[in-house]
Design a protein around this ligand. Structure first.
Ligand code: SF4
Ligand code: SF4
Ligand code: FES
Length: 540
């Protein structure tokens, strides 16, 4: 029998950590005292299976799938519930350990509906994986399986299939321990035990979609992703959520140029194993109402013509009086786009009027969600270095006639739903040039509008609320003719007689890292091409 390795999170020792010596399957190694035995076994490549264990949650040891033999113990022990101890001798592949794990798996499967052909979890299901790794035999149960409810609508974003549930309680613990709300619980007993919503509750907390990630089987599925895609057709690219200033680490799962879902990527300093539901849906804007072609005078033109036109109208405006020319930066842009724009604005053109736009503040909590709904306010403020003014200042400058020309790079939040930006009298301008991602009121009002890549279409970095510079990676091809901001700005700079020859995002990053103290320790990381989604059980 061959088993696919299961890896669990390594526990890095600190210099003050007390170490214990453990022998696992004849190999001896030191581990920090307190390490969960299951983690120790799997760090040594033992491939011990598990269902109810999750490294980010407490361990109730309810599934018994992780049983191993420990010398001196009369019965196999649940390794997810047992800390390593000095001189412990563990046998993960003794005949008894293999036998009890096989029996537990058979129990788990007795009433399981084996929906794999129509189940969203197929391809990343721990039950499917363990069955093929550990048993792969025909069922011995030829009786009628217990029927339970399917397609139960338990909340705005989740559907429950009670037959597929293996009663591991991971979803209950995510709600209790991460979202801090008790919305799920078990009811009934024995074969008839079911997962259900707590009396008077729906599964509607702001972190509810984490239950879908941690569910080891297809019992909880996301309404947004359900039946959209088989997971083995997905490619994955590591990136950062653009939904707020927290900067949760994510994987972008995509196929054929379209993002299908965002899932959390473990970073213990930022988001551990989790992300909020709102953040998961930020991918939708990447594919909605995009400005896909350069526009000049309201008509689509090619890039050369659009850049010529943008350069000409901006040059004329500068010649008419650079004091009346302003620039709007955006807290949704990457550090690289902002750095290129700051170089053009302050170093090359010597402009004195620069403003910072971004999405309006929103709700927040003390779990993950920030009130600042922009992923790079910290980067924008640092790059602006005290030179950026607010949209209220912009509105005042427009009303007073202090501005006749504006270059807007990133239109998110420029026309706010109810803030000062909503009252921006852009019609007072003689010239408006926009570099933007979407077809909106701002790009529609522009003399020249140049299509800009969204966060998931270009490489760069965001700086989160903790000041951590984190890498964003292009996951899908740019919409239409869109280009990264730093590239458009390099072309535009040339048209305006400035030299700013950036050839790739990495060279912008390298220059910014040299010049900006907040980026001095930042790492670009190694090049990564999107890879086909492996078995994703490590997320669970
Ligand atoms: S729904 Fe999934 S996560 Fe919740 S108890 Fe059932 S199997 Fe476990
Ligand atoms: S907390 Fe913020 S960064 Fe994290 S997933 Fe939610 S919106 Fe995205
Ligand atoms: S994983 Fe150990 S008892 Fe469930």
């Amino acid at each position: 029998m061959t088993t696919t390795p299961i890896t669990t999170t390594p526990t890095p020792p600190s210099s003050s950590t007390e170490m214990v010596t453990v022998t696992i399957d004849g190999k001896t190694q030191q581990f920090p005292k307190g390490t969960v035995l299951l983690e120790a076994c799997n760090q040594m490549g033992a491939g011990v299976p598990f269902f109810c264990y999750h490294p980010g949650l407490t361990s109730p040891a309810v599934c018994r799938q992780c049983l191993v033999d420990v010398k001196g113990q009369p019965k196999p022990v649940p390794s997810c519930y047992t800390p390593v101890a000095d001189k412990m001798e563990v046998m993960t592949k003794s005949p008894r350990a293999l036998d009890v794990r096989r029996q537990m798996l058979e129990f788990t499967l007795v009433n399981h509906p084996i929906d794999c052909p129509i189940c969203d979890k197929a391809g990343e299901c721990l039950l499917q994986k363990h069955y093929f790794d550990w048993d792969a035999k025909l069922a011995r149960n030829d009786g009628i399986k217990i029927k339970k409810a399917k397609v139960v609508d338990i909340g705005p974003r989740i559907v429950l299939d009670q037959e597929r549930c293996i009663l591991c309680t991971r979803c209950i613990r995510v709600c209790d321990e991460v979202a801090k709300t008790h919305q799920l619980e078990m009811a009934d007993r024995g074969d008839h035990e079911i997962l259900t919503t707590a009396p008077g509750h729906k599964l509607d907390n702001p972190y509810s979609l984490n239950t879908v990630d941690v569910c080891p089987v297809g019992a909880l599925t996301s309404k947004d992703f359900r039946f959209e895609m088989r997971v083995w057709e997905l490619y994955t690219t590591p990136s950062i959520c653009p939904g707020c200033a927290t900067g949760c680490n994510i994987e972008v799962h995509h196929s054929r140029g379209k993002i299908q879902r965002l899932v959390p990527r473990q970073n213990d300093q930022v988001n551990e194993h989790w992300m909020c539901d709102e953040g998961r849906l930020t991918y939708k804007r990447v594919h909605a109402e995009r400005l896909a072609a350069p526009m000049s005078g309201g008509a689509p033109v090619d890039w050369d013509e659009a850049l010529d036109d943008a350069g000409r109208v901006l040059r004329a405006a500068l010649d008419a009086g650079s004091a009346g020319v302003g620039v709007v930066m955006n807290a949704q842009s990457t550090n690289e786009d902002l750095y290129a724009l700051a170089r053009l604005t302050f170093d090359h053109l010597g402009l004195g009027k620069a403003y910072l736009a971004g999405l309006d503040q929103g709700w927040s909590d003390d779990i993950l969600v920030s009130a600042d709904k922009n992923p790079n306010t910290a980067g924008a403020m640092a790059i602006g270095a005290g030179r950026l003014r607010t949209l209220l200042d912009l509105a005042n400058d427009l009303k007073s006639g202090a501005l006749h020309t504006l270059l807007v790079v990133g239109t998110h939040g420029v026309i706010g739903k109810d803030g000062a930006a909503g009252a921006l009298p852009l019609d007072r301008l003689t010239t408006l040039v926009v570099i933007g991602t979407h077809r909106d009121e701002v790009s529609a009002a522009a003399k020249v509008a140049l299509p800009l890549c969204e966060w998931a279409e270009s490489d760069g970095t965001f700086t989160n609320r903790l000041g951590m510079v984190q890498r964003v990676r292009a996951a899908v091809p740019p919409a239409g003719d869109s280009l990264p901001g730093w590239e458009i700005l390099s072309h535009l700079a040339r048209k305006l007689g400035a030299t700013m020859e950036f050839t790739e995002a990495k060279t912008v990053f390298a220059e910014a890292k040299q010049k900006l103290p907040f980026m001095k320790d930042a790492e670009w990381g190694r090049p990564l091409l999107p890879v086909q989604l492996r078995f994703a059980g490590s997320r669970g």
